[in-house]
Design a protein around this ligand. Sequence first.
Ligand code: XBP
Ligand code: MG
Length: 266
Amino acid sequence: MNTQTTTKQSQNTQLKALIFDVDGTLSNTERDGHRVAFNQAFKEYGMDWHWSVETYGELLAVTGGKERMKFYLFLDKDKIPENIEAKIPELHAAKTRHYTKLLSTGAIPLRPGVERLIHEARQRGLRLAIATTTTPENVTALLTHTLGADSIGWFEVIAAGDIVPAKKPAPDIYDYALTEMKLSAAECIALEDSENGIKSSTGANLNTIITINDYTSKHNFTDAIIVLDQMGEPDKPFSVIAGNANSASYLDCDLVEKLHQQAITA
Ligand code: XBP
Ligand code: MG
């Protein structure tokens, strides 16, 4: 291989960007955030629906809040209040209002290591993006109330919600982010927490790091380059569930780059 080819190849596979999922990855928003907001919206509309922690875990099989409500209707036709299907967009808007209000209280923090990794990536000149199923307002509310309003500008693309017609597990949202950044999948790493998430990211050919949570610990992550219980901090080490952390005890940019290079050359 001549020098020109080597240089060209390393240019195309050098890590340039991190693409973050939101719910479950940046923050454990589902159980105490989205679920609570759905229940508040149901109450506001005088409905007797209530999604328990357990039921919500089952409903997470379907991504997207509007889609999740439709799925619930489909599961039990007896629960259908009149004209509810037509009301779903309105109900979902109420849910978003409740959810963003909840975030504004600071009740939902980022997961361990997220803030540190984002700062480190920025210092290294790695580009940042978001690829999520959730509504755009939810992303800006989470970022604002955890990292500060300026942090919205740290992410060059916030690919969210209905921006693509097919939500995760379809690869569309990651494909969209890659197209917007004009990067190839080999130049990026995705960070995800769920099976629908990794199906989406690997469907877009992205190498993917998984940090699990209570709702996703039993999911299939065979295609992940590493599976961790959390990103961790220097004083709060992660546990490696699958893969090789090269004796690191928390996820930093050195480890991300190492994992990326190993995956690219494998
Ligand atoms: C998580 C989701 C979302 C939220 C609800 O997506 O599936 O549907 O639960 O958000 P991700 P909306 O992990 O990709 O961030 O109600 O705004 O749809
Ligand atoms: Mg997720």
